[in-house]
Design a protein around this ligand. Structure first.
Ligand code: SF4
Length: 627
């Protein structure tokens, strides 16, 4: 087996309570790396078109990659792949916590769970990773994710669901420690299988091609992290909450269900506020990560708990016009404990508030008013009353109650917290990303609206090309499996340090906007993550990787996801943005929104797809995508 892999795949069938260990397929590992890539390949091959996402034939695939189990910063995450009950297309999410490490230590790269148990069940893979126990989980059913993990014990590594997953809330997630695989409803699929928890542990060591070189180089990367203006300074100081004031200043902070991009009280939900006030966060980190972007905050009655990230602060703060960090922290705690994605939750709550204000929904919810939100979050997780409608997400609500033009989703997945009207490449990325409106399947906004702004966010130059590079890169990152914040290091320190008024900076920015190849070159200079991804992979696996290679692998994964979606009935019509985003301006110097129609044809062409968004045979053959 290639180095860096345990070499084993564990099959578990919950209907028959049988399991087997199979060898990992080397060719698939070479073509798709691991994590999301390997999982997508398995999902495509093992399902028939039209498989019911909440039925026993939809597999739930936990997958790691060759970097998991190493000491590389940002490297201990696992991917979950399945058909999404929220979008009807490809579903996937990645998660920190300790589960990936547990899988690798137990000697398992991939865990495929199929079938459905009659009664609540949990599984334990023993410490040697050779035996699986099917255990009754009736006593855990109904319990929150924190209590469940507490009861299962700290010595093992768990992936669990809360009541939201049990009740098949379509945006339920899977939790490991305090982290969540939040998006696309992977927790609902786990709940549909009556699987409450998976526990793994072990003592196997990662077998690398050149461990000494890997360790020495990782030291160098840590030094780059330490010096980097984002990874080593702002993220370290403010966490992702530090983004709030930046996006607000650039008018792209979702406010009032995306009616506006600016929130007057943004400061009160910002990282700066968190640092200076009584909610002052204690820094926390994923395993081996020096960034420490996590924050513990005080929540009444709960003590110090995981604090809200940028996405939560925006979607459950400004998007609801609630400038109250204590409230958002409390809701974040409940959402994690119940096991729900806060992006979809906040997007759906904002949509419900607007429906209510327009008289289209009987609710007491109001923008700017936290009353009733805590209770409604509980009702959503338990599918009670109005909560049952919200549990199906904003797209289904709009189909039932109206308001399609302002339902904040793409392909059924609620938009994350960067308004595309001020970040054109990000908007195209939302529209075309296979799992729906999401920023962690590519992070174009960082290069145009959040980082040092080397690319004008509101012109059309490079806007069809940038999302392709970013989406492909994200596919490889989610397959290694690394944290997406690695891409925040994509702009090297040297560029951050340039004076934006200097001729050098302006010349580089102008050249970048006009040149895709130059853009790729900048990513390859010292201090850029592409360089360290390639080196890590090469030192671990023994196979030579280059940035072109990573783009090719990412493109392969992206195209396979696309083929999965097409097979499930999605079409080019699903590569869209909400009418509000397309037509309602948020900047005083514009009369419209996002220019998607001008960008999409060029994007399809550059992808090697037909005019109606279907990958050509030539493209699939070139990328070795077998369908
Ligand atoms: S950057 Fe933050 S989320 Fe990513 S691995 Fe580090 S601590 Fe975890």
């Amino acid at each position: 087996m290639i180095k860096g892999y345990a070499g084993r795949l564990l099959e578990v069938d919950l209907s028959t309570k049988k399991f087997s260990f199979e060898p990992l397929d080397e060719e698939t590992a070479r073509l798709y790396i691991g994590g999301k890539g390997y999982g997508t390949r398995l999902l495509y091959d093992r399902t028939e078109a039209g498989v019911d996402p909440l039925g026993p034939a939809n597999p739930l695939i936990f997958s790691t990659g060759p970097l998991n189990g190493s000491v590389a910063p940002q490297s201990n995450r696992f991917a979950v792949v399945t058909k999404s009950p929220l979008t009807g297309g490809i579903g996937n999410a990645t998660c920190g916590g300790s589960f990936a490490l547990g899988m690798k230590k137990a000697g398992i790269d991939v865990l495929v769970v199929s079938g459905r148990s009659e009664r609540p069940v949990r599984i334990e893979v023993d410490g040697d990773g050779n035996h699986v126990e099917f255990l009754d989980a009736a006593d855990l059913w109904g319990k929150g994710t924190y209590e469940t993990q507490e009861l299962l014990g700290k010595k093992k590594n768990h992936a669990v669901i809360g009541p939201a997953g049990e009740n098949e809330v379509l945006f339920a997630g899977i939790v490991s420690n305090e982290r969540i695989a939040g998006r696309t409803g992977v927790g609902a699929v786990m709940g549909s299988k009556k699987l409450k928890a998976v526990s793994v542990w072990g003592s196997r060591k990662l077998d690398m091609e050149d461990e000494d070189k890997f360790k020495a180089y990782t030291k160098e990367v840590r030094a780059i992290f330490k010096d980097h203006p984002v990874l080593g300074e702002s993220m370290k100081r403010f966490g992702t909450a530090g983004i709030v004031n930046t996006t607000n200043g650039r008018n792209i902070l979702p406010t009032r269900n995306f009616q506006k991009g600016h929130f007057d009280d943004a400061m009160k939900i910002s990282g700066e506020w968190m640092e200076e006030n009584d909610l002052k966060g204690v820094k926390t980190s994923c395993i081996h990560c020096p960034v420490t972007c996590g924050r513990d905050v005080e929540v009444e009655g709960k003590g110090r708990v995981k604090g809200p990230e940028y996405e939560t602060l925006a979607l459950m703060g400004s998007n609801l016009e609630i400038g109250d960090l204590k409230k958002v922290s409390e809701w974040n705690y409940h959402a994690d404990d119940l096991g729900m994605d806060t992006i979809s939750l906040g997007g759906t709550l904002g949509f419900a508030m607007e429906l209510g204000e327009r008289g289209m929904l009987d609710t007491k919810l109001h923008f700017g008013d936290p009353a009733g939100v805590t209770e409604l979050i509980q009702d959503i997780a338990h599918r009670r009353g109005l909560g049952a409608d919200l549990a199906d997400g904003s797209r289904r609500m709009s189909e039932k109650l109206g308001g399609r033009e302002f339902a904040p989703h793409v392909k059924g997945l609620e938009l994350s917290a960067y308004d595309p009207r001020g970040s054109f490449a990000q908007g195209l990325e939302y529209a075309t990303t296979n799992r729906g409106g999401c920023h962690v399947q590519g992070a174009s906004m960082y290069l145009e609206s959040v980082g040092p702004l080397t690319i004008n966010p509101r012109n059309l130059k490079l806007k069809a090309e940038l999302p392709i590079v970013q989406q492909n890169l994200a596919c490889t990152i989610n397959s290694m499996v690394l944290c997406i914040f690695t891409t925040y290091g994509i702009v090297p320190k040297q560029i951050h340090e340039m004076d934006p008024n200097s001729w050098k900076y302006r010349a580089l920015a102008g050249a970048l906007e006009n040149s895709g190849p130059l853009f790729r070159w900048v990513q390859s200079i010292k201090g850029s993550p592409l360089l360290w991804f390639e080196k890590w992979l090469t030192m671990i696996t023994g196979t030579k990787f280059s940035s072109g290679h990573l783009q090719e692998i990412g493109g392969r994964i992206f195209n396979l996801e696309r083929m999965f979606n097409l097979r499930e009935g999605l079409t080019a019509a699903d590569d869209n943005l909400p009418d509000r985003i397309l037509h309602e301006p948020i900047f005083s110097d514009t009369t419209s929104g996002h220019p998607l129609d001008q960008l999409l044809p060029s994007y399809y062409k550059k992808r090697g797809w037909s005019a109606d968004g279907v990958p050509t045979k030539r493209t699939l053959d070139k990328l070795k995508v077998a369908v």
